[in-house]
Ligand binder design. Sequence first.
Ligand code: BYC
Length: 334
Amino acid sequence: MYAQVVEGSGKGVKSAKDMSPEELDFQSKIDAGQKIEPKEWMPEGYRKTLIRQISQHAHSEVVGQLPEGNWITRAPTLERKAILLAKVQDEAGHGLYLYSAAETLGISRDEMYDQLHSGKAKYSSIFNYPTLNWADIGAVGWLVDGAAIMNQVALQRTSYGPYSRAMIRICKEESFHQRQGFDIMMKMCRGTDAQKAMAQDAMNRFWWPALMMFGPSDKDSVHSAESMAWKIKINTNDELRQKFVDQTVPQAEYLGLTIPDENLSWNEEKGGYDFTDPDWDEFFQVISGNGPCNAERMRARTEAWDQGAWFRDGLSAYAEKHAGDNANQGVKDV
Ligand code: BYC
């Protein structure tokens, strides 16, 4: 692994002979499977890549509340409403663990929000698609959370300690999310013809965007090589996409739904399905801000930020006012 270590630019690959003693020591820890903790020395590129990925991940959780939140008031039963509320609250919690993990790398939460609101930081492409009806909530849980888990299970083994630990907790909750989505789909597929048609329609619209969640093909992935050398990423984008397809096809068959890909077929030799790539032009349009709901999502987030200013000010004023309280009471900081 030494010979392939990278520099953090997203392009250059640094060989062992070009590394400083600190870099060599760092890489040997990574290669030995040790976790890197916040106060340890790390290459600047490693720190920056982690901030980019973890903050984008956090933003995805927070923006990801919007398409589902849209259906809380319109869930078909009280039970479905309670389940969806719990799920959406979990996503907020995931965002908070991830922002906290990113903060250990020396960036503030305000800076991360600023990067989201200015468009500098990305969030998952999937949340720029609309949720048009209740079956879409099933498809989001089943396919979107299913794709997210596929990536996140691997990320539990990521090399940065706080990120890895956040992932362990997140994965436990995500598996409930995926099950609830599958459960909605199952109900609809066993319902009336009209309900089954809604489920198929949701599948048709969410299949391709779900495949895009894993990022561009490996040949077009800018960051994969360095992120894998540093074990920030454990699998490539294409590896995870393949695993997702292989896992999802039997589930779709069980539901009696058709995957909208004429080229989908089992490939005995590779032990996996062959499938069509999503439309990469569409993907790059969406991540450049031109998807169906990008403007709406950003408007919702910036409005929430602006409208919450009085609350943040109140919290800061309270914290300032009480900053000396412990000292006054003779309690020592530990
Ligand atoms: N969407 O070099 P690449 C969830 C960008 S949501 C937008 O392969 P990398 C949930 C990429 O950032 C799941 N942008 O990048 C919540 C880069 O641009 P920049 C969230 C994407 O980072 C609520 C450029 O394309 N999960 O759980 O090595 C409800 C080149 O790509 C996307 C995570 O965020 C995309 N899909 O690999 C339900 C997982 N794909 O940054 C569910 C953590 C690529 O240079 N993230 N780009 O401007 C990752 O594992 C990696 O960041 C990715 C991309 C696999 C996503």
